[in-house]
Design a protein around this ligand. Sequence first.
Ligand SMILES: [Zn+2]
Length: 89
Amino acid sequence: MGMYVPFMIRCPLCSHENKPAQSPREGIRKTLAGEFTKCRKCGAEFTEIHVPNRPLVKQVVGQLGKISGIVTIVNDIPGNASAMVVSYR
Ligand SMILES: [Zn+2]
């Protein structure tokens, strides 16, 4: 309900909480567009990211039209996280 929820991507290798952008909307946009794929701390390359199907995510998907092949929109992810890296290298 208009609450500010930062969009984070936790690195499965080093546990760093990556924030692709200051604003949640821009963080989601970068992630869905495939513009954020590497952990800023350890450099792990994310090869599959799950993003929960929240209202802001739906909006951004609608604006982009097409999303990165490494991103899957899922109904829910464990722990109520912003996004979950499923695989990396
Ligand atoms: Zn990392």
